[in-house]
Design a protein around this ligand. Structure first.
Ligand code: ZN
Length: 241
């Protein structure tokens, strides 16, 4: 048999050309095949995007660990995932801004801060991803996982967190009165999910590890609040001058 891409001879039992990597059973192009090729070119995975979304719900740390350990084609790239989910979340947030918020009861400075947070939402998420990875990495030093590998975990968690935001925002738009109670419940679930992810990623279950994971979340929360406030004050100074 001859490869249709590079014309080298290949054995009949090979499903891929050993010279160029093309599939040996390439047939005439049809619409279904074309769609599949576009999807693979775009996602660089064999499995779907939805598989990743689903698995990140109940085993986020294991997914990140599997990717780090070499399952690079099975799972959607973590950084593409983060970028796509942030783009989708931003779309929802801009909707929420026009429907869901009662601006009339807000103080001017709160309103300004909220506008700022919405406007720079995506930049902020991208900026916090490496910071979050850094906090986890420092707390779990000596566990044979380097900073780049922690960055994979952080990107997957950040991307998936966007999905939770979207779900929360959708509920808030339809039931505005639920914002306080539901906000608290969703916040709590996401926090537990983050702790679970860290423990899964490091394959730890001890009391001390759980305490460290909780501390990571607390520190990250304080750091991110501090950073967005700091960014806002810098922004205000630069706007006023
Ligand atoms: Zn070939």
């Amino acid at each position: 048999m001859q490869c249709k891409n590079c014309d080298q001879t290949i054995q009949d039992d090979h499903s891929y050309c050993p010279h160029c990597g093309q599939k040996s059973d390439v047939t005439r192009l049809n619409f279904k095949q074309l769609m599949k090729d576009i999807w693979i070119a775009f996602s660089n995975t064999d499995e779907g995007f939805l598989l990743l979304v689903k698995e990140l719900v109940y085993k986020p740390g294991k997914v990140a660990r599997a990717y780090v350990s070499g399952r690079r084609k099975h799972y959607f790239n973590p950084f593409s995932y983060l970028a796509i989910m942030v783009a989708i979340a931003l779309f929802f947030i801009l909707r929420f801004e026009s429907y869901g918020i009662d601006y009339s009861q807000m103080k001017t400075q709160d309103l300004e801060f909220l506008r700022f947070a919405f406007q720079y939402f995506n930049l902020f998420i991208f900026f916090m991803c490496p910071v979050y990875a850094l906090v986890i990495w420092i707390f779990f030093l000596g566990n044979q996982l380097n900073y780049a590998e922690n960055l994979v975990l952080s990107a997957y968690l950040g991307g998936q967190n966007m999905l939770y935001y979207i779900v929360a925002i959708t509920i808030f738009i339809f039931i505005p009165s639920s914002i306080n109670v539901l906000g608290l419940i969703i916040g709590l679930i996401i926090t537990i999910w983050y702790i679970m992810a860290i423990l899964q990623f490091y394959a730890k279950r001890s009391f001390w590890s759980i305490m460290k994971a909780i501390l990571v979340i607390v520190i990250f929360q304080i750091a991110s609040q501090g950073m967005i406030r700091f960014a806002y004050s810098v922004y205000r100074i630069s706007v006023l001058n």
